[in-house]
Structure formats: structure tokens, C-alpha cells
Design a protein around this ligand. Structure first.
Ligand SMILES: [Zn+2]
Length: 83
């Protein structure tokens, strides 16, 4: 019975991809995930909003109103330091 079981495991292993292929796939998907995270970080960096009423800065995408005072927020660009 034990021999039969290990034979079944061997067959399963040969049907699936090899450990090397799985490792390569895992590495590739991790690289893609890191790229996406970097892109998201870059987007959030350029999407800053400032509420003049309560002096709160938000990092958001397409934010229009302040969560605290519901006033309108102004988009702040990275050129703020040039003012
Ligand atoms: Zn506010």
C-alpha cells in the first residue's frame, strides 16, 4: 500500500511543473508585484490634496472634499517647494 501511495505521488510530481519552474514563476510574479507597488507609490506621491480650512494634507486619488470638515481640498503638486 505504501509503495502504491509513493507511486501516486511520483506521478503527481511529474504531472506538475518542476520545482525550478515553480520557483521561476514565483520570482516572476514577485517582480511584477514589486513593479505594481512602485507604480502605486509614484501615483500616490503625485496625488496630494490639502484642505486649507483645517490644514490637513491627504494622499488620495481624485480627492475632492475634506474628510474632517467636508470643505473642498486643493491638489498639491510636487512643485510646491518651487513656490
Ligand atoms: Zn478640512
Amino acid at each position: 500500500m505504501f509503495t502504491k501511495l509513493s507511486a501516486a505521488v511520483d506521478r503527481l510530481r511529474s504531472e506538475n511543473s518542476t520545482p525550478d519552474q515553480r520557483a521561476a514563476q514565483a520570482l516572476k510574479s514577485r517582480e511584477e508585484a514589486e513593479e505594481e507597488a512602485a507604480e502605486a507609490e509614484e501615483q500616490s506621491r503625485s496625488e496630494l490634496f490639502h484642505c486649507q480650512s483645517c490644514d490637513t494634507v491627504y494622499v488620495a486619488t481624485g480627492k475632492r472634499t475634506c474628510s474632517k470638515c467636508e470643505g473642498s481640498v486643493e491638489q498639491v503638486r510636487s512643485t510646491l517647494r518651487n513656490r
